[in-house]
Design a protein around this ligand. Structure first.
Ligand code: CP3
Length: 362
């Protein structure tokens, strides 16, 4: 869907959408107040989500478009957020490639046939997202319709090739990424073959979400901070760059997020993205200074701050906002530095969202 050629006459309801705070901030345009959404804003900290999870597994929720749409709307109904994010996970694309994915209670994701050998990598399928991830594309269409009435944009997302490679090789979450990094360091040609397949899957999946109606796309490279800048440059950057390049054909803004990226911030920017997401381990103004004028910034409150007493949290949120304002240019999207944690008090989330909207820089 070529959004660039769309006229207001054709899509009247999208005029306010294109002018929404969130999309304006993605484009580095001025806003009436700072937009805010929260990574993992739909999830276990909400009673409505837990109630659905008593009846369905997480994969069942993701694969039933109407349920995924319902979960997407839960935080939108509860808080004055500036964008929805489609309810899905970064790992189902690996299932489409032939890996057996399950989520084990109290443990997280588990893959019982991880990729370790050349034969494993050659056996991975690269299928069209319309075939293997149709449920999320359909959920995007449904959520887009729900959000239209409220003038709110919808964010689609994917894991980045490296973070997906880590799960595919390790078979689950990992502290040191020993298997993944060993393949990268010891068998660079094999690593490249795997990354090429993942890049194609990620790029096409992002593009398909935008074509189904997502107004922005976020690439999660959650574990990229585990790499040296040199390894990132050689073994990861070209693939993230290509995946983001494919996604950008849709003409919607791309948010490029990683954690622990202090040592490679400029490289993350060079890999692409209209908005760079940073965590709390770096001062936001300093990060934005390093990133330069060409990108917006998203972040970067420590998710644990939502467990602090309100005056302390307010002070920390204020410091993030003041830090962004000190840059003297538009383009800040308030978010946490990583996903919201289970157990976060719902009333605190509401207070934080309202505080960000009401705050005016002194
Ligand atoms: O932001 C949103 O509201 C959209 C939903 C979303 C989920 N996962 C739902 C989910 C998003 C954007 C993700 C991304 C995701 N998934 C990432 C990247 C972001 C990050 O946190 O770094 C990663 C690494 C994953 C992989 C994943 N999914 C893990 C490691 C786990 C288990 C750990 C945990 O938090 O339980 C999941 C499960 C998961 N994905 C849950 C949710 C709401 C919780 C599972 C449940 O309902 O029991």
């Amino acid at each position: 869907m070529p959004t660039t050629t769309m006229t207001p006459e054709q899509e009247p309801q999208n005029v306010s959408l294109a002018n929404s705070r969130f999309l304006r901030a993605c484009r580095r345009e001025s806003v009436d107040t700072t937009p805010i959404w929260l990574m993992r804003q739909a999830g276990r900290y909400m009673a409505e989500y837990r109630a659905l999870r008593e009846r369905y597994t997480i994969l069942e929720l993701i694969k039933a478009p109407e349920l995924a749409c319902e979960v997407t709307m839960q935080p939108i109904n509860a808080f004055d957020l500036d964008a929805g994010i489609i309810f899905a996970d970064i790992l189902p694309p690996l299932e489409g490639m032939g890996l057996h994915l399950e989520f084990i209670k109290g443990e997280g994701p588990h893959i019982d046939n991880p990729v370790r050998t050349a034969a494993d990598i050659d056996g991975l399928r690269v299928t069209l997202p319309e075939e293997s991830l149709w449920f999320t594309l359909e959920a995007v269409r449904l959520a887009r319709r729900e959000l239209d009435g409220r003038g709110l944009p919808l964010i689609g997302f994917s894991g980045a090739p490296f973070t997906l490679a880590s799960y595919a090789i390790e078979g689950g979450s990992s502290r040191n990424h020993v298997h993944a990094k060993s393949l990268m360091m010891g068998e660079p040609a094999l690593w490249a073959r795997l990354m090429e397949k993942l890049t194609e899957v990620v790029g096409q999946y992002l593009l398909a979400q935008a074509r189904a109606g997502a107004n922005a796309l976020q690439v999660f490279d959650s574990w990229v901070g585990q790499l040296s800048p040199d390894d990132y440059r050689r073994h990861v950057l070209p693939y993230s760059q290509r995946a983001i390049g494919i996604a950008r054909q849709a003409g919607v803004p791309v948010i490029h997020f990683g954690t622990d990226t202090n040592g490679m911030l400029e490289l993350i920017r060079d890999a692409g993205g209209d908005v760079i997401g940073v965590d709390w381990r770096i001062n936001l103004a300093e990060a934005w200074q390093r990133l330069g004028n060409g990108v917006s910034i998203q972040g970067n409150l420590d998710p644990v701050a939502l467990f602090a007493p309100w005056p302390e949290l307010r002070e920390r949120a204020r410091r993030v906002l003041d830090s962004a304002a000190s840059a003297g240019r538009p383009g800040h999207i308030f978010n946490l530095g990583h996903g919201i944690l289970p157990g976060t008090p719902v009333d605190t989330v509401r207070r934080l969202v309202d505080f960000v909207h009401e705050y005016r820089v002194p």
